[in-house]
Design a protein around this ligand. Structure first.
Ligand code: FPP
Length: 278
């Protein structure tokens, strides 16, 4: 115990970079989990999450769907904190798709109310933690109060250089690609851009996620195994991990398990490992 403390003090005094990020799983939901470790080189830079199963979680408890979304918002709070604690560079969350407007008026209303509540209650802490918030999607299509809340959050955190927190709202992947093409076409029309200069980097720069690295790990909860129009460009080389648990039950322990599965994956990006060449 004493030796651990002394080593800790010496390490911090000499600012030796840690070899391992040590993670203590201690959220109220995760109960007492053993201390776990992951080498920083094994961590994904960008995690994207499709938070699915709120409705099924509620149904299983005889609750309405809105109660599922409220419980899902609690889960989301801690997963954002965990991402920050563990040094993830970017986290993208699928909160509301362009298709979700087709849900009942009550459910859409409940989701919009949660959104407003979330930004109201979390923005101070997120800003303090140096989190930069970006909304992926058509902000202009949101109702007035929600639009104002997210625009303020983006404006307030735009100079932060900690966790890049991307929240997809009124988002559709194909619409994002069409928007990027349109932005490039306008620049060509206005004589700012030569069509021959359009390459992947140029295109990437017109996406909502410009500034975030490609997605390394995509997690989807509830057992569904689909991309559902979420970040189709950015997930081209992502590893997919599907967790059967419904989103409100997804906690730090589940998250760490997904990160460990990712860490075991052999990523080749279309190539072969040097040992397999020849
Ligand atoms: C999918 O579950 C979940 C959604 C469509 C909404 C996700 C939103 C939140 C977790 C909270 C709101 C976000 C913020 C930023 C406050 P589902 O309803 O499709 O579940 P089901 O497939 O079981 O019906």
């Amino acid at each position: 115990m004493f030796l651990d403390k002394l080593t800790g003090l010496l390490n911090s005094a000499f600012k030796r970079p840690p070899e391992y990020i040590t993670v203590s799983v201690s959220s109220a939901k995760a109960h007492a989990q053993p201390v776990q470790a992951l080498p920083p080189s094994k961590l994904p830079r960008h995690v994207a999450i499709i938070m699915d199963g709120n409705g099924r979680w509620a149904k299983a408890r005889g609750l309405n769907r809105s109660a599922g979304h409220a419980a899902g918002t609690e889960a989301l709070r801690d997963i954002i904190r965990a991402s920050d604690d563990w040094g993830i560079e970017a986290l993208s969350l699928y909160a509301f798709s362009t298709e979700n407007w087709a849900r009942s008026k009550e459910e859409v209303g409940a989701l919009m109310a949660l959104l407003l509540k979330y930004f109201g209650s979390e923005i101070d802490e997120l800003d303090e933690k140096n989190v930069r918030i970006t909304i992926l999607g058509d902000v202009d299509g949101l109702p007035g109060p929600q639009r104002e809340a997210v625009v303020n959050a983006m404006e307030r955190t735009k100079n932060n250089d900690g966790l890049k927190l991307n929240i997809a709202l009124n988002y559709g992947g194909r619409a994002e690609l069409v928007r990027a093409a349109r932005l490039l076409a306008r620049e060509v029309r206005d004589g700012i851009l030569d069509p021959d200069d359009i390459d992947e980097d140029e295109f990437n720069g017109k996406l909502y996620t410009a500034g975030s690295p490609d997605v390394d790990l995509l997690i989807r909860t509830s057992g569904e195994q689909r991309l559902s129009n979420f970040l189709p460009w950015q997930t081209t080389y992502a590893e997919f991990v599907f967790d059967p648990v419904n989103w409100p039950d997804f906690d730090r322990a589940h998250y760490m398990k997904c990160l460990r599965v990712y860490a075991e994956r052999d990523r080749r990006f279309g190539g072969v490992k040097p040992a397999e060449e020849g």
